[in-house]
Design a protein around this ligand. Structure first.
Ligand code: CAA
Length: 270
């Protein structure tokens, strides 16, 4: 159902809007908005971000979501000031990174439009998205080692899966920053674009995906994510069952009929 209350909520740390696309569904846009601290991700911000993402995920008028920051920072990491005095038990009880798991459970694709710093939790947030469009100026890194800790929101796992052990070890053990070109070459970033068009490019990609048959898009995403934690055997089975399942959708019949009749399909999203 299309419930727009999330667009009117009084968020304190994010800006939420939606954009129309030339064809198909809309794109939900979330801008992280704590510029005074380079968009450091505090608990309240993460709660708002996850709530807004889930609301777009439920909205039948939304096809895809984009998360962005500003020119200077996508996000410079978890809020260090919020963690500075915390001990292990407090962190364990707070379990603040647990809510990040909800991002992984989103059914619709999420694109990170990154400019400036994407460090620590900022890099991990970008990696939690399904694709990353990066401005040339973007800087990626996992500098937690310089704070006496390690990545705690998926960095050690997602980076290794995305770019392999050799580069991940270097990134995490040195805490160095890397350019978007280096991260594109390593396989983390989908596309590097000029600094002034990174958001436009991300929205264009989101618009293209939003024009595709919804259920196929969601099951395709689910299958690709499944490959991260399954054997090839169970992953192939999972993919095959989802492929067969799509043969119950109206869009499958329309898509194949339209091909045979040499015309454009009209998707119904069911
Ligand atoms: N948390 C809290 N505040 C932060 C922050 C963070 N992660 N990153 C930047 N800020 C604040 C700074 O404290 C500063 O605030 P004040 O003006 O009140 O002093 C403001 O943002 C501007 O920052 P700088 O003056 O440092 O800006 P700069 O351009 O000189 O440097 C930077 C930019 C290199 C990104 C530097 O800010 C920096 O190193 N930030 C921390 C990066 C980091 O270590 N991230 C990892 C955090 S831990 C984590 O993310 C754990 C996890 O796995 C989830």
């Amino acid at each position: 159902m299309s419930d727009k209350t999330h667009l009117e909520k009084p968020y304190k740390n994010i800006l939420v809007s939606e954009t129309e696309n030339p064809i198909g569904l809309k794109t939900g846009l979330i801008q992280i908005n704590r510029p005074e601290v380079l968009n450091a991700l505090n608990n309240e911000l993460m709660q708002e971000l996850v709530n807004a993402l889930e609301a777009f995920d439920r909205d039948i008028e939304t096809g895809c979501m984009v998360i962005t920051g500003n020119q200077k920072a996508f996000a410079a990491g978890a809020d260090i000031k919020e963690m500075a005095d915390a001990g292990s038990i407090e962190m364990l009880v707070r379990d603040q990174f647990a809510r990040w798991d909800r991002i992984r459970k989103l059914k619709k694709p999420v694109i990170a439009a990154v400019s400036g710093f994407a460090l620590g939790g900022g890099c991990e947030l970008a990696m939690s998205c399904d694709m990353i469009i990066a401005a040339e100026s973007a800087k990626f890194g996992q500098p937690e080692i310089n704070l006496g800790v390690i990545p705690g929101a998926g960095g050690t796992q997602r980076l290794t899966k995305a770019i392999g052990k050799a580069k991940t070890m270097e990134m995490i053990l040195t805490g160095r920053m890397y350019t978007s070109k280096e991260m594109f070459d390593a396989g983390l970033v989908t596309k590097v674009v000029d600094n002034d068009v990174y958001l436009e490019e991300a929205l264009e990609l989101a618009g293209e995906i939003s024009s595709k048959p919804t259920i196929a898009v969601q099951l395709a995403k689910e299958c690709v994510l499944k490959s991260f934690d399954s054997t090839i055997e169970s992953g192939l089975e999972f993919e095959r069952k989802n492929f067969y399942l799509l043969f119950s959708t109206e869009d499958k019949f329309e898509g194949m009929k339209a091909f045979v009749e040499k015309r454009k399909p009209e998707w119904k999203g069911k």
